[in-house]
Design a protein around this ligand. Sequence first.
Ligand code: ADP
Ligand code: MG
Length: 259
Amino acid sequence: MMEKRKAGKIIAAVNNKGGVAKTTSAVSLAAGLAAEGRRVLLADLDAQASASLSLGIARADLLPSAAEVLLQGLPVQEAVRRSYVEGLDILTGSMALSSADLVLADRTGREAVLRSALTPARREYDVIILDCPPSLGLVPVNALTAADLFFVPMTPDYLALEGLVNLMEAVERIRAGIGKTADLLGILLTLCDYRLNATAEIIGMIRRHYGRQVFKTEIKSNVRLKEAPSFGKTIFDFDRGSAGAECYRAFVQEVLGMI
Ligand code: ADP
Ligand code: MG
């Protein structure tokens, strides 16, 4: 008998700032959910392809990628592949994604291309995680249009706080412009270095201002998280006893309680 699957949840990792652990969080969340028995697709929407490389895919082996799906109409099933992690499939990123703004500019419904492209994949997965590039260009806009939920990784420093206000305003403008967009799942504090005096203070400010919109879990700065990508392994496989793995396991549990 054919099993009837309900459509999976699409969750985007969004922040127009780079270096805030979007990719680290997207990869760890995807792998952690897979470890919990969920069928997961990770879509790497960044031209840098960091998520794909983090999972041990060689640079020479990135094609076909999300670029061909998004920009050339390649069916998503033809670009998705297994990752080395059981239960985790991946749609790779590639350089061609950097021309997305140009290629999509004149297209009608240009904000919803990804949404349509992912439709056949929705029923195949429990969760689809979208790793976004550090911009508010058409790729993140497509991600916000395709997703049910988005989360915002951010580092606890003063400039990031200002950036967060701008990001939230931009998301509201996108929502006003195109109607339905993803809802905020939460703000994830990343790269938390508690040895710095300012860290606790800034985290306090963010929590007072954003309240329950901030995940309880905080991701500590942990050198093992920085090392794992160059070994092509998730933090759970690279060093499952590390503080970084522990933080992301807690994050995965917190997300599971919300979706
Ligand atoms: P983004 O996708 O937002 O640009 P990345 O996930 O690539 O950010 O992270 C930026 C850099 O910080 C990477 O070198 C990554 O390995 C490192 N990093 C991410 N999270 C942590 C952490 N908790 N502790 C230490 N290094 C981290
Ligand atoms: Mg990234």
